[in-house]
Design a protein around this ligand. Structure first.
Ligand code: ZN
Length: 132
């Protein structure tokens, strides 16, 4: 199950500890990418996770900002803007580019929260919905 961030695995009782939550989250992301690098399409034994928008530049540690990536691409990309970097690579494809753009809007699985505004007699409250 792919949730929106490592913390969500704790909140939704899918993991007992922070490290377990992080592992579940990482595994779920790699799984969604079939263990293939989002940039070059290669598969290696040791896949890493890449923050599309680097954390040092304010990128978040949420699913929409994190993709499966090989060590080479991860190191090469560094803290560069991913689009500027990616378009110059010999392995660039529009398909994979589109897939990354789509990922940035990915809807994670699991419950969603929605604010229900109160009206006569009912308080405003947060409800859990399962709509995707
Ligand atoms: Zn790669």
């Amino acid at each position: 199950m792919l949730l929106a961030s490592p913390q969500d695995y704790l909140y939704q009782m899918k993991a007992q500890t922070r490290s377990e939550a992080k592992k579940r989250w990482k595994d779920a992301i790699k799984d969604k990418w079939n263990n293939v690098c989002a940039y070059c399409g290669e598969n290696h034994d040791q896949m890493t996770l890449d923050h599309i928008h680097p954390q040092v530049l304010g990128g978040t540690n949420e699913t929409t900002n994190v993709i499966c990536c090989c060590e080479d691409c991860n190191r090469e990309k560094g803290h560069k803007n991913w689009e500027d970097w990616y378009i110059k690579q010999f392995f660039f494809t529009e398909d994979r580019y589109d897939r990354i753009k789509e990922w940035q809007r990915v809807k994670s699985e699991g419950p969603k929260k929605r604010l229900v505004r109160g009206s006569k007699g009912c308080k405003t409250r947060i409800v859990i919905t399962n709509g995707r």
